[in-house]
Design a protein around this ligand. Structure first.
Ligand SMILES: *[C@@H]1O[C@H](CO)[C@@H](O)[C@H](O)[C@H]1NC(C)=O
Ligand SMILES: *[C@@H]1O[C@H](CO)[C@@H](O)[C@H](O)[C@H]1NC(C)=O
Ligand SMILES: *[C@@H]1O[C@H](CO)[C@@H](O)[C@H](O)[C@H]1NC(C)=O
Ligand SMILES: *[C@@H]1O[C@H](CO)[C@@H](O)[C@H](O)[C@H]1NC(C)=O
Length: 300
C-alpha cells in the first residue's frame, strides 16, 4: 500500500473526502431533525460521535507538511459530532500544531513504553508528546506489529503497556487491531483481535477505556486486491463491540468508538460510516499533491 505514490495519494484524498462526506452525511441527518442551534444530529443511532484519524505514516517533509496543513485549514467546517485527528511523524508535530487549525487534533504514531525521561535512546515519551500539543497517540498499528526491516515488531503486551502509559498521561489512544489474510481465511479473525485486546483489557481500568478508540484494520484488505464490504466490516465491528461488552461490560461497549482502518476511501466511506458499529476511520497515507486540494474543493 505504501510502496508507490498512487495509493498514498488515494489515502490523502480519502481523508479529505471522508471529512466532507461525513459533513454531508450529518447535514442530511440534521435536515430531518427539529430546527434549533442545539439539535445537531447524533452521529449514529447509538449516539457515538465520529472519529476520523489521518495517519501520515513515514511521509512528509517540512514543506509538504505545511502544504497539507494549508489544505486542511481550508477544508471547511468540521461537524460538531466529529473529531478529526492527524497522525504526524515526530519531527513535524510541533510545526503542525503551531500552524494547523485548532479544531483538528494532533496524534503521534507511537510512544515510548516509559513515560520517564532518561536513557532511552531514540524513544519519545508521552510527556514530550503532550508538550508539543499531541492529544492522541496511534498505538499498535499493523505495520509496527509486523516490524520493519528485520526488526521483530511489537507484541500485544508491549502495545498494552504503551496504552496504559498513554492513558495514564492523559492522552487518548487509537488502538489498532486486526487480522491478516491468512488469519481471516482460517477463521481466526475474532481470536486474533481478542488476543490483541486481552493484554490491554488486563492492564487498563474500566474508566481508562473512555480514552481509547479501537481502530480495526483488516490487514488483508490493504494492498491485496481484496476488499471488505461495509457489511463485512460491520460484522467484525459488531463482534468486537460484543467482545468488549463481554469483558468490560455493556456501558463501555456502547460508548467505545470503533474506527475502520481498511482502505476507507471516497467511494466507500459513506456506506461504511452508515453502519451502526462503524464510528469513523483511520485513514492511511497523506500526500501533498495538488490534486489533494482539488478533491477538497470539489467536495465543497
Ligand atoms: C440518543 O440521544 C437522543 C437524544 O439525546 C435520545 O433521545 C436517544 O434515546 C439516544 N439513543 C440511544 C440509543 O442512546
Ligand atoms: C452532537 O452535537 C450536539 C450539539 O453540539 C451535542 O449536544 C450532542 O451531544 C452530540 N452528539 C454526539 C453523539 O456527540
Ligand atoms: C492554518 O490556519 C491557522 C488559523 O486557523 C493559521 O494560523 C495558520 O497559519 C494556517 N496554516 C497554514 C499553513 O496555512
Ligand atoms: C509517502 O511515502 C511514499 C513511499 O511509500 C512516497 O512514494 C511518497 O512520495 C510519500 N509522500 C509524501 C507526500 O511524502
Amino acid at each position: 500500500m505504501s510502496n508507490n505514490q498512487l495509493p498514498v495519494f488515494a489515502g490523502a484524498a480519502a481523508f479529505a473526502v471522508a471529512v466532507h462526506l461525513l459533513l454531508d452525511h450529518l447535514k442530511s441527518k440534521k435536515s430531518a431533525a427539529p430546527k434549533g442551534s442545539s439539535c445537531e444530529a447524533p452521529a449514529n443511532p447509538a449516539n457515538r460521535s465520529y472519529l476520523i484519524g489521518g495517519n501520515w505514516k513515514c511521509n512528509t517533509t517540512t514543506s509538504s507538511a505545511l502544504s497539507l496543513v494549508s489544505t486542511l485549514n481550508s477544508s471547511g467546517p468540521i461537524p460538531t459530532n466529529c473529531t478529526v485527528v492527524v497522525g504526524v511523524p515526530y519531527p513535524y508535530l510541533s510545526l503542525v500544531r503551531s500552524s494547523l487549525r485548532s479544531d483538528i487534533e494532533l496524534a503521534a504514531q507511537d510512544c515510548a513504553h516509559s513515560s520517564k525521561m532518561g536513557a532511552f535512546t531514540g524513544e519519545v515519551n508521552v510527556e514530550q508528546l503532550k508538550d508539543v500539543g499531541c492529544t492522541w497517540v496511534i498505538l499498535g498499528h499493523s505495520e509496527r506489529r509486523t516490524g520493519f526491516g528485520g526488526d521483530a515488531g511489537e507484541t500485544s503486551d508491549l502495545i498494552a503497556g504503551k496504552t496504559l502509559t498513554a492513558v495514564g498521561a492523559g492522552l487518548k489512544v487509537m488502538l489498532c487491531v486486526g487480522e491478516t489474510l491468512e488469519e481471516r481465511e482460517s477463521g481466526k479473525t475474532l481470536a486474533v483481535v481478542k488476543s490483541q485486546l486481552d493484554p490491554v483489557v488486563k492492564v487498563l481500568k474500566a474508566s481508562d477505556w473512555g480514552s481509547v478508540a479501537i481502530a480495526y484494520e483488516p490487514v488483508w484488505a490493504i494492498g491485496t486486491g481484496k476488499t471488505a464490504t461495509p457489511e463485512m466490516a460491520q460484522e467484525t465491528h459488531a463482534e468486537i463491540r460484543s467482545y468488549i461488552s463481554t469483558v468490560l461490560g455493556s456501558a463501555v461497549a456502547a460508548k467505545i468508538q470503533i474506527q475502520y482502518g481498511g482502505s476507507m476511501k471516497a467511494a466507500n466511506c459513506k456506506a461504511l460510516l452508515a453502519q451502526p458499529d462503524i464510528d469513523g476511520g483511520l485513514i492511511g497515507g497523506a500526500s501533498l499533491k495538488p490534486e489533494f486540494a482539488d478533491v477538497f474543493r470539489g467536495m465543497m
